[in-house]
Design a protein around this ligand. Structure first.
Ligand code: SF4
Length: 204
């Protein structure tokens, strides 16, 4: 399914480029589908250190920034002088993507085009996925162009909601899309902080 997301994403927004490079590990499957449909070869221009944990669930901004630098290493021989399509599965705060784009440009990439295999995350998940408050979600408070500028990419595109649904439910199944639409089929308390405190108490 993740590969199909990349195929649809390429049909919607493939740029002129020399190499497709996944942001590992979250972008690998979508990048392979993107490369397949766009005809742009896929190469691993970033290598992940698997001993460093996921960044967006770490509580302190300073720790997240440190982790990005330590966990990903750019491969200059793949990136230098190239127009690079970076593929990832989401943008949450934007700070991690910004660091990665900066890193890829510092490794010599001529252009960096960021492609995201889901629609913009506009609203938190109240159903179990650990996402930050709405005020920390960059897509909740900024336009596409503002996000592109913050991240420092030459172009930025997300998969459309229609494209996502065409990839995941060819059988006509029904799937949640609340964090992309802000429409929640199951009600939750409107006070987000109170809700999160309640959720923590339930977990304890
Ligand atoms: S699609 Fe639904 S369940 Fe999945 S992360 Fe978004 S809000 Fe949560």
């Amino acid at each position: 399914m993740y590969t199909e997301l990349g195929r649809v994403l390429a049909r919607e927004s493939a740029p002129e480029a020399d190499v497709v490079s996944p942001i590992p590990d979250s972008g690998v499957c979508a990048a392979s589908g993107f490369a397949e449909v766009s005809g742009i070869p896929m190469q691993f221009g970033l290598i992940r250190n698997h001993y460093i944990g996921r960044t967006f669930i770490q509580p302190q901004q300073a720790i997240r920034h440190f982790s990005v630098r330590v966990k990903l290493n750019p491969v200059r021989s793949i990136l230098e002088g190239k127009r690079v399509v970076l593929v990832d599965d989401s943008i949450v705060r934007g700070t991690t993507s910004r660091k990665i784009v900066k890193m890829v440009k510092a490794a010599g990439a001529r252009e960096v085009h960021l492609r995201i295999s889901c629609p913009p995350t506009l609203s938190p998940c109240y159903y179990g996925v650990d996402t930050p408050d709405r005020n920390e979600l960059i897509a909740a408070n900024h336009t596409l162009e503002e996000i592109r500028q913050f991240i420092g990419a030459d172009s930025l595109a997300y998969l459309s909601l229609g494209g996502l649904m065409s990839a995941v439910k060819p059988d006509g199944g029904s799937y949640c899309s609340s964090c992309y639409t802000g429409v929640y089929p199951v009600a939750f308390p409107r006070d987000e902080r109170a809700y999160l405190q309640l959720a923590l108490k339930v977990v304890e």
